[in-house]
Every structure is written in structure tokens, then in C-alpha cells.
Design a protein around this ligand. Structure first.
Ligand code: C2O
Ligand code: CU
Length: 496
């Protein structure tokens, strides 16, 4: 898109609080723009405590060569690592991040799951102009809620490169009922060893489903089609299963594992050999703890689990690419012992699986009960022809067209909104809402877990409730990056 066009379009729909973001003095107009602009700044003022401390960092996205067990592969990365070096701060603090784009194409940074001010959300053509190569952009926002988050680009298929970083927000009042913690980032990997994401998308569009990296994966757990891209490799914390990361602990210690699925097209089933997993948080926010043997983590979802370390020994922490072949692997080590092999398959994979229906938000984060002001039904489907994905029959290839090409879901600040995801396709979709954590509506109508990404299986209908408390223009989309780039995107739009 020529940038002149992009700028005009951007100014027509976005609201910015800072002169450094949009051209200053672009004036007042009716509709979502003016209402959003002052409301976004007001929402940030409410979040920001006087004297809040500021964490500053520079984030450079650039081409990078990653070592995969001795094989050098070319990819893109933030700050010279895959995943990029973890960013940590405390809830209530301000993050001031200068993003430097040293990639050969436009880019932005999207802060996944953070309830931040809308003009810092990092959606090109919606909340900001994309940052052109060689340029930079200053992100600055209050980080309100503790939890496990991450960030990534929101341009085309860039997410299927090595561009992802965990963002961990500590709770100043953390009860700390664990001895150590580890962040565990899962990824499906093709960069530098197979076709580029663009080539893969072309193949999908050409319908070449049985060739090359393409093949239909099946999973009962996902209700059918588990994906179209057969990745040659799966990584844990940037390392392949034949060179696994080691998580060192002592027998009897309690570990908090922050599981993050940064994959583009793969759901992972996670288990730790010889251990049970007590799930404590979904997408950052606490739930009533539930203990299971294994759980499924969809693209962009996060689960925090507590394990009590057995041993002494070496235990496989395995994340099987659900419905595909292969896994990512790490080793929880509490003493000497032979490291598990690259294809170690914990028996726990076949044990008790976490069901969404058994999760309840912790009382501290349960939305106050109230009636719903508006309900939006979102039909998820594939187009009859070609590789196009749709929400309510609309398909949007370019974020900056989202307002014109879909019917935005209008909301007013203070309302309670119900979104009903109705999957009419033959494939699962991890549906993600920006800027909010919704609450899953349990079968009995009660409060399910708080989440920002939710797997919706074929034939499933899942309702989630949103407290509309963060004004702005927010993307709602499938976090399968190939579906997103093929149209499965709409907009939640605050209007007044
Ligand atoms: Cu990870 Cu639009 O999101
Ligand atoms: Cu999808």
C-alpha cells in the first residue's frame, strides 16, 4: 500500500492522544474519531498512578541468524534473540518502548492481551501508521494487570518469523506460592529451513493442500482439521527438541511455568512426564486452580501452571503439535539422569485433559454480574471458493480496510457486550479480542475463565462477555496468522 494512501486512511479512522503519533491538530470530527480521542487519553489517566515508575527499553526488529542445534537459519528477531529477551515489569508501571524497524518491510509492535490505551495497540492502519524500514516509533502506556503476556508484529505474516517476546507483568501483591518460575514459549518453525510464510500462503491460496509443507492435519481434540501447514520443526524457547532448554530445580520445589503459544498455525498439547499440572491463570488472569495431566494451548493463548517437582531426575516437558507430527521439548531437571529423547512422549498426554468448562475465573477478576446491553453473533466460516476466511460473511485482507469492509461491532463505553462465536467451518479458530479480557460464559450461565483468546472448535458456539471499559478501535480476529491474513478480522468500535 503506498504510504500516502495509508496515511490518509489512517487519519480518517484513528484517534491518537499524542502529537508524536498522529499529525498534530488534525481537528475534530464526528463519529468514532473525536469520541475516541479524548476518551482514550481519559482512560489512560485513570490507569496511571501519580509517580508510577517507567521501564524504558529499545526494541529493534531485524534480520537474525538463529542457531538450531548447530544449523544456522535466517529469520527475523527482536533484539537479537528468539524469543526476544523477556520484558518484565510490575502491574501499574509504565512501559516506554522505542521500536526500531530494521526489517526490510513495514512493521509495528502489538502488545498482546494488555488492556492498554488504544493508540498504543500497534495495529497498522487502525491505531497507528505502520513504521517504515529504518524508522522508529515510541510506545508508551500503563500496564494495568499482572500476568503472562507477549508481543509480536501485526503486519501480514510476520508472526511466522521469529518475532515474539514474552512480557511478564508481576503482581506487587504476588502471594508467591512457588519457589521458581520459568517462561516456556512454544513455536511452530519454518523460517530459514522451508518456504517463506508468503510462499506458504500462496500455496494455500492455490489449493495445493497435499504438497510441500501443506497437508490437512486431523485432531479429534480440535474437532477436525488441526491446520494446513506441516511445520518441519517445533521450538521451545527458541530451541529444537534435539537441543532442549533445561529448567533446573530441586525435588519438592514448586515451579510456576508460564506457557505461551507463539505459533502461527499450531495448537500444542502440553504435558510434563511424571507430573500433574495445576492451572492457575488463563491468558494472564487467575482462575480457581484445577489439576490435570495435560492441556491444550491454542495460538496466542497463555496458561500458567504450578508443578511440584519430583525426582531427582530429568523429566520431559513436551508440547505435541496437536494433530500434526512433531513436538517441542524442554527438560525439567531435578538431579542427574539421562535427558529424555527428542520424541519423548509423556504418558500424561493420554491422561486427564483440561476442559474449558471446568475453569472459573478467580473471584478477584470475575466481572460483576449484570445484564447484557448488546449481543453480537459472529459466524466463523470459510468462503466457498478460494482460501478466504470470514466473520459474518465478510473478509478483510488489509487492516486499514476493516471499518469499510466489515460491519464494526459498535459499543458504548460502560456497556456489557456479549460476543457469540459460532463456528460453521470445519476448522478450529483461536479468536482474539484486542484491549480487553473477556469472560467466558459457562454452560450454566456463570463466570467461566477470563481470557483474550479462545479456541472455538467446528460446530461450537461459545459466548463471551466483555466489559466495555477501554475506549477505542479494537481488532477482533482469528490468531491463526494465515486465517488472519486471509480475512478473518473484524472491529469492535467504541462510538458515542
Ligand atoms: Cu496477538 Cu491481533 O494479536
Ligand atoms: Cu481461524
Amino acid at each position: 500500500m503506498p504510504s500516502g494512501f495509508s496515511r490518509r486512511r489512517f487519519l480518517a479512522i484513528a484517534g491518537g492522544g499524542y502529537a508524536s503519533i498522529v499529525l498534530a491538530g488534525c481537528g475534530k470530527s464526528a463519529g468514532p474519531v473525536s469520541s475516541t480521542r479524548s476518551a482514550v487519553a481519559a482512560a489512560e489517566r485513570r490507569r496511571r498512578k501519580p509517580g508510577a515508575s517507567v521501564t524504558e527499553l529499545t526494541l529493534t526488529a531485524a534480520p537474525y541468524t538463529l542457531d538450531l542445534a548447530g544449523t544456522q537459519v535466517k529469520t527475523w528477531a527482536y533484539n537479537g534473540a528468539v524469543p526476544g529477551p523477556e520484558v518484565r515489569l510490575k502491574a501499574g508501571e509504565v512501559l516506554r518502548a522505542r521500536f526500531v524497524n530494521d526489517l526490510p518491510e513495514e512493521a509495528v509492535v502489538h502488545w498482546h492481551g494488555i488492556a492498554l490505551r488504544n493508540d498504543m495497540d500497534g495495529v497498522p492502519g487502525v491505531t497507528q501508521e505502520a513504521v517504515t524500514p529504518g524508522k522508529s516509533f515510541m510506545y508508551e502506556f500503563t500496564v494495568p494487570d499482572p500476568g503472562s503476556y507477549w508481543f509480536h508484529p501485526h503486519n501480514g505474516l510476520q508472526l511466522d518469523q521469529g518475532l515474539y517476546v514474552p512480557l511478564i507483568v508481576d503482581d506487587p501483591a504476588e502471594p508467591g506460592r512457588y519457589d521458581r518460575e520459568f517462561t516456556v514459549v512454544l513455536d511452530d518453525w519454518v523460517s530459514g529451513i522451508g518456504p517463506t510464510p508468503e510462499e506458504t500462503l500462496k500455496e494455500l491460496q492455490g489449493g495445493a493442500m497435499q504438497m510441500g509443507t501443506m497437508q490437512m492435519a486431523r485432531s479429534e481434540l480440535l474437532g477436525g482439521d488441526a491446520g494446513d501447514v506441516m511445520y518441519p520443526m517445533f521450538l521451545m524457547n527458541g530451541r529444537p527438541p534435539n537441543d532442549p532448554p533445561s529448567f533446573d530445580a530441586k525435588p519438592g520445589e514448586r515451579l510456576r511455568l508460564r506457557l505461551i503459544n507463539a505459533g502461527a498455525e499450531t495448537a500444542f498439547r502440553v504435558a510434563l512426564g511424571g507430573h500433574q499440572l495445576t492451572v492457575t491463570h488463563t491468558d494472564g488472569l487467575p482462575v480457581e486452580p484445577v489439576t490435570v495431566d495435560t492441556l491444550l494451548v491454542g495460538m496466542s493463548e497463555r496458561y500458567d501452571v504450578i508443578v511440584t517437582v519430583a525426582g531427582p531426575g530429568a523429566f520431559p516437558l513436551a508440547a505435541m503439535a496437536e494433530g500434526k507430527s512433531g513436538q517441542s521439548l524442554g527438560v525439567v531437571r531435578s538431579g542427574p539422569g539421562e535427558a529424555p529423547g527428542a520424541d519423548a512422549r509423556p504418558a500424561e498426554f493420554d491422561g486427564r485433559l483440561l476442559e474449558m468448562s471446568e475453569l472459573r475465573a478467580a473471584a478477584s477478576v470475575t466481572l460483576p454480574a449484570r445484564s447484557v446491553d448488546r449481543t453480537y453473533n459472529l459466524e466463523l466460516n470459510a468462503a466457498a471458493e478460494g482460501y478466504r476466511w470470514m466473520i459474518n460473511g465478510k473478509s478483510v485482507l488489509d487492516h486499514e480496510e476493516v471499518r469499510e469492509q466489515t460491519t464494526p461491532l459498535k459499543v458504548a463505553q460502560g456497556e456489557r457486550i456479549r460476543l457469540v462465536f459460532d463456528n460453521k467451518s470445519t476448522m478450529f479458530h483461536p479468536m482474539h479480542l484486542h484491549g480487553h479480557s473477556f469472560q467466558v460464559v459457562a454452560a450454566d450461565g456463570g463466570a467461566g475463565p477470563r481470557k483474550d483468546s479462545m479456541i472455538v472448535r467446528p460446530k461450537e458456539r461459545i459466548s463471551v462477555d466483555v466489559a466495555a471499559d477501554n475506549p477505542g478501535q479494537w481488532l477482533l480476529h482469528c490468531h491463526n496468522v494465515y486465517h488472519q491474513a486471509s480475512g478473518m478480522v473484524t472491529l469492535l468500535s467504541y462510538e458515542s
